[in-house]
Design a protein around this ligand. Structure first.
Ligand code: EPZ
Length: 426
């Protein structure tokens, strides 16, 4: 396994580019199951999760190729299997996105139950409820979801996809994909509004689907006979961009994040403004202003919400910034109440954080110190990298495979800003 060695305290400055969104490219690749024609995704991010999705699709009989620049072509001309095995789904929960399109295309899908992860149970009840609303019969057998369409194929229906924590992103994606070729009209109430859902919907429309309401909680899908291939460049990764903006903020540096969508990061920019961290932005860039390594943010509370609220995927990274605030801030995690694995690791670096249920109380300190720490999940790893950038001494981050799942060569991108991050073999 790899680890990062980060020499903290180096001044950062420069420009960093944003990759395509991981959480958009995964469902877009799964959507290739809905047609026998090729689907081209230019400039896809080069990530472990993208490779895993292509492995899952390959296990179903799809063929794919990846160019040097990351562009992916995938074609599901025929199926050799209807089973997405545990070996893939346990590696990446996003594999569950093949469930809806595989069922719609072939009439049967067997997908391993994704199980939980380090920050919670991660149920998929609304995925199954949505597919049942389209006429599917669903059984759970030996750890697998076994979904079957009725004899005449899926039919349109109406379904409420809300969960106690808001809407389900991949639940909305699965049902939306399955509904594109169902007979008749489908109405999805309490659909997720995340930009990645909108991006998938736009790709499906380019493939011939009839979808309205994208970006709103009510989606209407008019079923069509079949879908064609298309070429679709995914939306920039708002979580990667937000992570790099927070890297600039925590280092008090001038960092320009290009090729991003500031309009997808309004909640983060609002909190940064509240914390007194200077920045500017244009239509496709955000630039933090240099205010010196010792500049401490104002303590600023966040509560994670479904989009357009503060994203749960930036909660850990925000907490890293608040560890250095000039006062006490409150971080409330409303999407995954247990998503606090990063707290203990940040505490090893001198952070003062205590947990009360789904809330963390962060008492800012004036400096962090380096320590050996362990990454536990994708976004917690990013928080540890941010802390390592400003901690005194050399921070060792173990199990960085977590970070490789969602950040394309993060050590090279931050290295280009002046960070000293070395990747070594454990
Ligand atoms: C997507 O996960 C993202 N993953 C996650 O990003 C992200 O944290 C999450 O949305 C929330 O924004 C991908 O898109 C691949 P949910 P997803 O279904 O779809 C509850 C990352 O770091 N729920 O929107 O699995 C659930 O427990 C990853 O890139 C149900 O109760 O999340 C949670 O509390 C981590 N029943 C809330 O809804 C269900 O059937 C949101 O979950 C489904 C979800």
């Amino acid at each position: 396994m790899d680890r990062f060695l980060i020499d903290g305290g180096r001044p950062l400055a420069g420009t960093i580019s944003t990759s395509g969104a991981k959480n958009a490219v995964l469902p877009v690749l799964a959507a290739s199951l809905l047609t026998s024609e090729p689907l081209l995704v230019p400039g896809a991010p080069i990530l472990a999760d993208v490779r895993t999705m292509l492995e899952v699709l390959g296990s179903l009989g799809s063929t794919s190729s990846v160019a040097e620049d990351g562009s992916v072509e995938v074609q599901s001309a025929e199926h050799t299997s209807n089973v997405a095995g545990w070996e893939y789904v346990r590696k990446m929960r996003g594999s569950v996105c093949v469930l809806g399109p595989l069922l719609a295309r072939t009439g049967r899908a067997e997908v391993s139950l994704p199980g939980g992860c380090v920050f919670g149970v991660r149920p998929i009840d609304v995925h199954l409820k949505g597919l049942e609303a389209l006429g599917a019969t669903i059984r759970i057998e030996h750890g697998f979801i076994v979904a079957e369409s009725p004899a005449g194929g899926l039919r349109g229906g109406e379904v409420f996809l809300g969960t106690p924590f808001g809407s389900s992103v991949t639940g909305t994606m699965n049902v939306m994909m399955a509904a594109t070729t169902a007979r008749g009209r489908t109405i999805i109430q309490s659909a997720a509004c995340e930009p990645e859902v909108v991006d998938l919907g736009e790709c499906l429309i380019a493939m011939g689907a009839k979808i309205s309401g994208l970006g709103s909680p009510v989606l209407e899908i008019e079923g069509v006979e079949g879908l064609t291939g298309t070429t679709h460049r995914v939306v920039p990764d708002r979580i990667e961009a937000g992570t790099f903006v927070l890297a600039g903020a925590i280092a008090g540096a001038r960092v320009r994040v290009e090729g991003c969508r500031p309009d997808h990061l309004a909640a983060l920019l609002d909190r940064l403004w509240q914390a007194g961290m200077p920045f500017e932005h244009g239509a496709d860039w955000i630039e933090t202003q240099s205010c010196g390594l010792g500049h401490r943010p104002r303590p600023t509370d966040v509560t994670t919400q479904p989009y357009p609220g503060f994203p749960t995927d930036l909660q850990a990274q925000w907490m890293a910034l608040m560890c250095l605030a000039d006062g006490v801030s409150v971080v409330t995690e409303r999407i995954y109440p247990d998503r606090y694995m990063h707290m203990a690791e940040l505490a090893r670096m001198g952070a003062r954080i205590r947990r009360q249920g789904g809330t963390a109380i962060v008492e800012g300190v004036d400096r962090l110190s380096s320590a050996p720490v362990t990454a536990s999940d994708l976004r917690a790893s990013a928080a540890l990298v941010l802390a390592g950038l400003v901690a005194q001494g050399q921070t060792e981050i173990h199990r960085v495979y977590h970070i490789d799942r969602g950040y394309q060569e993060i050590e090279k991108k931050l290295g280009a800003l002046g960070a000293q991050i070395e990747r070594t073999r454990e």
